[in-house]
Design a protein around this ligand. Structure first.
Ligand SMILES: Cc1ncc(COP(=O)(O)O)c(C=O)c1O
Length: 397
C-alpha cells in the first residue's frame, strides 16, 4: 500500500505557502450541523456507557434500520422474521462503515479459490480501505478502471473468466466516491448475477446513498430482491456519517445474505468493535428521522448549483448524481493541486492518490492511472466558504 492520500497531499504541497487564507476541500468530512436530538439521546442514555454493547446492537436499532431500508428502497414487504431480510439475523451495526468494509474481506476471502490466490476486485479510483482490506486478507487487489467512458462504473463482466473464477469479492461504491456516479438497478442486477455465477460476494458501499441530486439512487438490496427474492451473495454498507453529518459518531450498518451475515457476526463477535449503547440509541433516532437528512441533501445541492454556475462546462464539470465531490478534469491533478494551494489557498486532492496504475484487463482504458488528470473537491464546508473556495478555484483554473 502506498501512504494514505492525505500524507501524500501534505508532502506534495510542503513548503508552498497558501496564497490566501486556507480552505480545505481535500477531506470528505461532512461539516453541516447535525440534529440536536442526537446529543439529547446520547445524554439520556449516557449511563449505558457502563455496559459492553452486544455486537448485534439493540432490537430498537435494528428496527429503525429495517424501517428506513423499507421506506428508502420500497422493500418493506421483504423485511421481517422468515422474510428475505430478517433484521435480527441480517442487519449488524458497525463502528462506521470503514471498519466493516475492511473486516468483511477477512470473512469473504478463502485461503485459495479454484486452487489459486483469491482476488478482490474494485473500481479504480476507489476508497483506499478496499485495497488495504484485500491485501490484509491475503487476496490480490485488482483495480478495474472506472472512467468517463464507462460512466464511472467498471466493466467487471468483461474481465477474463479465470480471474472471475478466483474472485472472492467485488467492492462497488454507489454513489461512487470520487466521481458521484450511481449504479443503475440493471448494473447491480448484472453484477449480482456475475457474483452468483462465480460464487463470490458482492460488497456494495452505499454510504453516500442519501446525498443525491435528483433521484434517490437505486440500492443493491432492491436489485437483489427484484432479481431473485433473496439476498444471496450480497452485503451492503450504510453510514450516518454522510446522511446525518455525523462522521464522528462512528455509526453505520451492514445487511445482506443470511449465511454470510451469520459468519460475519461470529467473526465480529470476537474481533470487531461494537457500537456503544448510547450511540446505538442516537443512531436509531437518526434512521427514524427524515427531515434532517432532506435538509442536509438540500445544502449539498445548493453548493453543486454554485459549482455549476462557476464552472459551467469547463474542466469536464458535471452535476454528480450522488455524493458531495466534484471530480474535475484539470489535465494534471498534482500540478493543479499545487497551483490551487499556492494561488488560491484551496486544498484539493489529486485524483491520482485515489487510484492506481490500471492493469487494463478488460481493455476499458488505456493503461495508466485513471485518476491522474483529475482533482477531487469535497463540498463539505458551509455554503459561504464553499462558494468562496469555488470562486477562487475558478479564477485559477
Ligand atoms: C466510499 C466511502 N466508503 C466508506 C466510508 C467510511 O465512512 P464511515 O466509516 O464514516 O461510515 C467513506 C468515508 O469517507 C467513503 O468515502
Amino acid at each position: 500500500m502506498p501512504d494514505s492520500p492525505f500524507p501524500r497531499l501534505n508532502a506534495l504541497i510542503e513548503g508552498i505557502a497558501p496564497g490566501k487564507p486556507p480552505i480545505v476541500m481535500s477531506l470528505g468530512e461532512p461539516q453541516h450541523p447535525f440534529p440536536d436530538f442526537v446529543t439529547e439521546t446520547i445524554a439520556a442514555h449516557a449511563k449505558e456507557f457502563g455496559k459492553y454493547p452486544p455486537i448485534v446492537g439493540t432490537p430498537e436499532f435494528r428496527a429503525a434500520v429495517a424501517g428506513w431500508l423499507g421506506r428508502r428502497y420500497g422493500i418493506a414487504d421483504a423485511i421481517g422474521p422468515k422474510k428475505p431480510l430478517d433484521p435480527d439475523d441480517q442487519i449488524l451495526p458497525v463502528n462506521g462503515t470503514r471498519e466493516a468494509l475492511f473486516n468483511v474481506a477477512f470473512v469473504a476471502t478463502p485461503l485459495t479459490k479454484q486452487g489459486q490466490r483469491p482476488a478482490i476486485l474494485m473500481p479504480n479510483p476507489f476508497y483506499q480501505c478496499y485495497a488495504a482490506a484485500a491485501l490484509a486478507a491475503g487476496a490480490e487487489p485488482v483495480y478495474v478502471a472506472a472512467t468517463r467512458d464507462n460512466g464511472f462504473m467498471p466493466d467487471f463482466a468483461g474481465l477474463p473468466e479465470d480471474l472471475l473464477a478466483r474472485t472472492a469479492m467485488i467492492y462497488v461504491c454507489s454513489p461512487a466516491n470520487p466521481q458521484g456516479a450511481v449504479a443503475s438497478l440493471a448494473y447491480l442486477k448484472d453484477l449480482l448475477g456475475l457474483a452468483r455465477k462465480h460464487g463470490f460476494l458482492l460488497a456494495v458501499d452505499e454510504c453516500y446513498a442519501e446525498i443525491y441530486d435528483r433521484e434517490p439512487p437505486a440500492g443493491a438490496l432492491q436489485a437483489a430482491l427484484e432479481l431473485s427474492g433473496t439476498l444471496d451473495n450480497l452485503i451492503v454498507f450504510h453510514s450516518l456519517s454522510k446522511r446525518s453529518s455525523l462522521p464522528g459518531l462512528r455509526s453505520g450498518f451492514c445487511a445482506g445474505e443470511r449465511d454470510f451475515m451469520r459468519r460475519f457476526r461470529a467473526f465480529r463477535n470476537i474481533g470487531a468493535p461494537q457500537v456503544p449503547l448510547p450511540i446505538l440509541a442516537a443512531s436509531a433516532a437518526a434512521w427514524n428521522e427524515e427531515s434532517h437528512a432532506a435538509e442536509n441533501r438540500a445544502r449539498y445541492r445548493r453548493k453543486i448549483d454554485a459549482a455549476e454556475r462557476l464552472f459551467g462546462n469547463r474542466l469536464g464539470f458535471y452535476r454528480p448524481a450522488g455524493g458531495f465531490f466534484l471530480w474535475l478534469d484539470v489535465g494534471d491533478g498534482e500540478a493543479a493541486t499545487r497551483e490551487l494551494w499556492a494561488k488560491a489557498g484551496v486544498k484539493v486532492l489529486p485524483g491520482a492518490y485515489l487510484s492506481r496504475e490500471d492493469s487494463n484487463l478488460n481493455g476499458a482504458s488505456d493503461s495508466g492511472n485513471p485518476g491522474a488528470a483529475y482533482i477531487r473537491v469535497a463540498l463539505v464546508e458551509d455554503e459561504a466558504r464553499t462558494e468562496e473556495a469555488l470562486k477562487r478555484m475558478a479564477e485559477v483554473l
